[in-house]
Design a binder for this molecule. Sequence first.
Ligand code: SF4
Ligand code: SF4
Length: 442
Amino acid sequence: MSDKPRKFKGGVHPNDSKALSASKPIQQAPLLESYKVIMHQNIGAPPELVVKKGDTVKKGTLLAKASGFVSVPLHAPTSGTIKSIDKCPGPTGISVPAIEIAADGEDAWESPFEPIADWMNADPAGLRQRICDAGIVGMGGAGFPTHVKLSPPEDKTIDTLILNGAECEPYLTADHRLMLEHAEEVVLGAAISARILGLKSAVIGIEENKPDAIEKLESVAGKYNITVQSLPVNYPQGAERQLIYAITGREVPIGKLPMDVGCVVQNIATVIAIAEAVVKGLPSIERVATVTGKPVVNPGNWRLRIGTPVAKVLELAGGISEQPAKLLLGGPMMGIAQSSLDVTVMKNTSGVLLIAADEVSLYTSEPCIRCGRCVDCCPMQILPATISQAVENKRFDWAEKLNVMACIECGSCSYVCPSHRPLNQHFKRAKVEIQAGLRKKS
Ligand code: SF4
Ligand code: SF4
């Protein structure tokens, strides 16, 4: 293990509730009768459909091809027939196009590409193209195309690759289980990513509340000159800027990217997907997600195919023992509340979380009492209370001047606010309004 990491400013310590699922090994979900694969699963351009209703497909068949550099393809999660190409509930509550596949029960493979066994001597550009062809996006939540992250412009010198094993969101344990059960794939994916970036090493940052994962990865990391760095438990330790600071001491200025300080950060599940795409020739058609919360009968970690309806996910976990107050995709701090059980698992769905009625915090329109707690905890060192008031007054120009665009939507300020003000919601709204204003001007 390397030297003591730096502690970033701000942060909070919510009850992590990880004990519900942390000890539960990853289980493979059984084959379902049908899947609905949401078309647009990446930041950037949506892919272009290449199948039509009535087509037969195999597991791995291309459903939609990338439509630009910042775009990724989609592949079939099982073999069967395209039953419909229609709208289904999307994760933001808006209906979105989705491809429904009626499974034929065979689960027959059509691997769209050959394994690259000798990846150590392969051309980095070819490895990067494979990651694009496999449809890999950041699986920690953002959904940013991974091949783009691994394509820094020539004028940016990258000297540090960081693997994000912090998993600081309460309740989520999928990355923890992946590090324990697939440690070799984690270091393999890291080594492939390092080769693409022209680096000879990488560092894996893991919060110190996962000592078993630290020990496991330390036992295999040396093979590819990878080091493991334990990190203090402090939410949002897994946010890119905070992780980079903790490990390297470099601060990413507001408005800049990790690559501007020589860093690339990859999520644990994402590097496993990289290893599988390169060494086994597998496209991104499934992911491990935590299914948890007090109302869930059997919380655990499941390997789910992309397109699995959330209603089926909850059935796998034994159903519910009490009526939940809230359903979230992701964790309680940054997850997105859902209004339908028909929403389906996407490549960036890290968790399905049910919150019980006695756990939910209701927002109010109480005034700010100027306690300053939100300012103290903000890891981006912006002024949540002042920005929130600007948004309430519809002064999005003020909010922009106060750097609302730097907000990483970690939810820490909402968590500590004694007036239960909807701070994070205000910032999301301000960003939408500011971006809409910019589009009008252009
Ligand atoms: S203002 Fe944004 S970055 Fe700061 S604590 Fe609130 S949600 Fe997090
Ligand atoms: S935490 Fe809430 S009440 Fe306190 S200053 Fe921030 S917005 Fe105001």
